[in-house]
Write a protein that binds this ligand. Structure first.
Ligand SMILES: CCCCC/C=C\C/C=C\C/C=C\CCC(=O)SCCNC(=O)CCNC(=O)[C@H](O)C(C)(C)COP(=O)(O)OP(=O)(O)OC[C@H]1O[C@@H](n2cnc3c(N)ncnc32)[C@H](O)[C@@H]1OP(=O)(O)O
Ligand SMILES: Cc1cc2nc3c(=O)[nH]c(=O)nc-3n(C[C@H](O)[C@H](O)[C@H](O)COP(=O)(O)OP(=O)(O)OC[C@H]3O[C@@H](n4cnc5c(N)ncnc54)[C@H](O)[C@@H]3O)c2cc1C
Length: 634
């Protein structure tokens, strides 16, 4: 007789009479029905392999055992690549990020940097000959690489990196050296124990002149013994300058010195998608738990309500739910811009490079910081159980907050965005993605609080805040301040302008995607409600920007507040159906709070029982330490 599948009765009720086709949203997020089928086949292929399951929860292993266990599984995954039903590239993409890969490699993939930065660096910066020599070796995993740029003393300021690569015309070799302790490469993933090669960013010196940071291919370890090569600690020999600009001993300047930064741009683009995947996991866990959890008293004398019925809980969870769609659609737009710009750059056309840099910085900083804040709100919305390691919130939060720092610390990226916006506004040229800065936007006299009207307000705020920042810069200039001092003293305004620009891009992406998308009426209705909720939420959160730059009035704000709480109530009934549409398997959520069946308490109990401390009633330490204390009559 088939085992009755348990489903929490509250979750079961939430799922009844769903007014829209969940699979339609699943296909939208996957990029089409075929992609969904491919993803599900791949998930079954990977998650059905018993060798990829953890014998004990990772949190109970030592540091070294965690590394060994993750490496074992990562290598097994690579062996499974060849027979993957989804093909190599989609499989690798799924295994590297916060999605399917995180169901197997809970502490992170020791081979991630090889695929996410090392190979892209070779593809983007290597000459044809170098690619012929290294790419096949890298794809065949006959070498494991990393991207070694950050040093103990420098991560942000690339022009300040201390590692030197001095070209010796006699031997036609580069001598790489770390001239000081602060020059030691620090942070590169896999550098410690896994990689045997690295793309090393170093200052290129030739004929006594520094030509700036360039990428070098360096062998770190013996390919057989894995022992570090001689002198590896502070001296690397025989590196190869990738995309060599040394022709017959003479340095030939690249068409754009920032092309050597291209790998970072690629990762910033993929980080937007990755943090969105993590946010989807957090929202799913918190939403399902909030419909299982019953607590307190809403109506005197009534049964304890589902905590999702509190407006305060809806205010916590529905904006991040909406954000997952907003960020996904914006990340898709950015990915398309990346491909267009990259194809043009390969033809020597660099026109879109500033736009790509500006937008990738803006979206990486916005999505990572907003996702980090939203993940923490999701964790808090689950009370004490959200604090448990097995909830998966600590791990998701750790991964998302890391993205606020790596690949460009967010503040630094915001200032890069501001530099691009000020230049575009002042020069009234370029600015593919910031057309509003070129034309003279006439702000609406009275505020129109329709969706289109609110988007216009976002545009007013975006252009207005750039003008406020420029006015500050000009004011400092008139006081005789040097440009770098004026820039530093306007930083607060510059960052606000950059953030308003990033929010405008996300809002326009969401609205435009709904206009262009071929959606059924029910799906369009629920996504439009989420879109309106989200853009009003952000406006209410940043109302100062809009008061400063538009004719928004107190009455308008009160009206928008009312609209916002109406939308919370309208979306509440579909919260579980919306997160079910993400189609995230329990193994990917990896949380007893978020499991599909809602059997939360039993799963929490089972997780607790796995702790080594729960394998006996009295731990040996009692006899060693506590008992003597109890007897000592202090
Ligand atoms: C496939 C699925 C994957 C899923 C997994 C996803 C994620 C997880 C995977 C990987 C992450 C893991 C590890 C992270 C790895 C790292 O962290 S690698 C190290 C990252 N480090 C950085 O990002 C360093 C940040 N700093 C910089 O980029 C630069 O120092 C700077 C801040 C940009 C300043 O550079 P500088 O040379 O000083 O330039 P300046 O500010 O003077 O500007 C000069 C002009 O150059 C333009 N510009 C700057 N950068 C770029 C660029 N990248 N592209 C194009 N143009 C650029 C700038 O706009 C200026 O132009 P003007 O016209 O003169 O204004
Ligand atoms: C999980 C993780 C993985 C990583 N993986 C890699 C890797 O694989 N390879 C690699 O090379 N690196 C890696 N890194 C390093 C990472 O890229 C750097 O930490 C990052 O670029 C930030 O640089 P920093 O550490 O020097 O911070 P800093 O720049 O020193 O930041 C300190 C403070 O200074 C501020 N600041 C700095 N410059 C300015 C400015 N111009 N204006 C205003 N404020 C400023 C920052 O905003 C910040 O508040 C990783 C980091 C993490 C956390």
């Amino acid at each position: 007789m088939s085992k009755e599948i348990y489903e929490n009765p509250d979750l079961k009720k939430e799922r009844q009479n769903c007014p829209f086709n969940k699979e339609e949203i699943t296909h939208l997020l996957d990029g089409g029905k075929e992609k969904t089928i491919e993803r599900k086949q791949l998930e079954n292929y990977i998650l059905s392999d018993e060798q990829l399951k953890d014998a004990v929860p990772m949190e109970y292993l030592s540091h070294a055992d965690k590394y060994a266990e993750e490496l074992r599984k990562a290598c097994l995954l690579m062996h499974k690549l060849a027979d993957s039903p989804a093909g190599q590239v989609p499989t690798l993409r799924a295994l590297m990020g916060a999605g399917l890969g995180s169901a197997v490699l809970k502490e992170g993939n020791p081979l991630a940097l090889h695929y996410v930065m090392f190979i892209p660096a070779l593809m983007g910066q290597g000459t044809i000959d170098q690619q012929a020599k290294w790419l096949e070796k890298a794809y065949n995993l006959n070498m494991i690489g990393t991207y070694a740029q950050t040093e103990l003393g420098h991560g942000t300021f690339l022009r300040g990196l201390e590692t030197r690569a001095t070209y010796d015309p006699k031997t036609q070799e580069f001598i790489l050296e770390s001239p000081s302790l602060t020059a030691y490469k620090w942070w590169p993933g896999s550098l410690g124990k896994t990689a045997n090669y690295a793309v090393v960013m170093a200052q290129l010196y030739t004929k006594g002149k520094c030509e700036g940071t360039h990428p070098f291919m360096v062998q770190l370890r013996d390919e057989e013994t894995h022992e570090p090569l001689p002198g590896i600690v502070n001296m690397w020999l025989n590196p190869v300058c990738i995309s060599s600009y040394i022709h017959y001993g003479t340095y030939v300047k690249p068409t754009n010195s920032k092309l050597s930064y291209a790998t970072m741009v690629f990762v910033r683009v993929v980080v937007c998608q990755d943090v969105t995947t993590n946010l989807r996991k957090a929202v799913t866990i918190a939403t399902r738990y909030s419909c299982v959890r019953r607590q307190s008293e809403l109506k005197p004398g009534d049964r304890e309500p589902q905590v999702m019925d509190y407006q305060a809980q809806q205010n916590k969870l529905l904006p991040p739910l909406a954000a997952t769609f907003a960020f996904q659609l914006a990340a898709d737009h950015l990915w398309n811009l990346y491909h267009t710009a990259n194809n043009n750059i390969e033809q020597g056309d660099l026109e879109l490079l500033p736009d790509l840099h500006g937008l990738s910085c803006a979206l990486k900083a916005l999505c990572s910081s907003e996702a980090a804040n939203f993940v923490e709100v999701c964790r808090q919305s689950c009370g004490g159980h959200g604090y448990m390691s097995c909830s998966n919130f600590p791990r998701i939060y750790g991964q998302v907050t890391a993205a606020e720092t790596y690949e460009g610390e967010n503040t630094v990226l915001w200032l890069q965005v501001a530099r691009y916006l000020v230049k575009t506004r002042k020069e009234q040229s370029g600015g593919l993605s910031v057309k509003y800065l070129i034309g003279e936007e006439k702000g609406p006299k009275t505020v129109d609080t329709t969706l289109e009207g609110i988007v216009k307000l976002y545009r007013r705020a975006a252009v207005g805040l750039v003008d406020v920042a420029i006015a500050e810069l000009d004011k400092s200039g008139r006081k005789g301040e040097a440009p770098h001092d004026a820039w530093n003293h306007a930083a607060v305004y510059l960052i606000k302008a950059a953030q308003a620009h990033a929010r405008l891009f996300v809002v326009e992406s969401f609205v435009d995607s709904l206009k262009e998308g071929k959606l059924s009426a029910p799906v369009r209705t629920v996504l439009s409600q989420l879109c309106e909720l989200f853009i009003i939420y952000w406006l209410l959160e940043r109302s100062g920007d809009f008061f400063l730059c538009s004719n928004l009035t107190k009455q308008d704000l009160l009206l928008l507040n009312s609209k916002y709480v109406e939308l919370l109530a309208a979306i509440r009934p579909q919260a579980v159906n919306l997160v079910d549409s993400f189609d995230l398997r329990d193994e990917v959520l990896n949380s007893p709070l978020g499991c599909w069946d809602g059997n939360v308490y039993q799963r929490l109990f089972d997780e607790a029982a796995k702790s080594p401390l729960n394998q006996s009633n009295v731990h040996e330490s009692f006899h060693k330490y506590l008992k003597p204390l109890l007897k000592s009559n202090l």
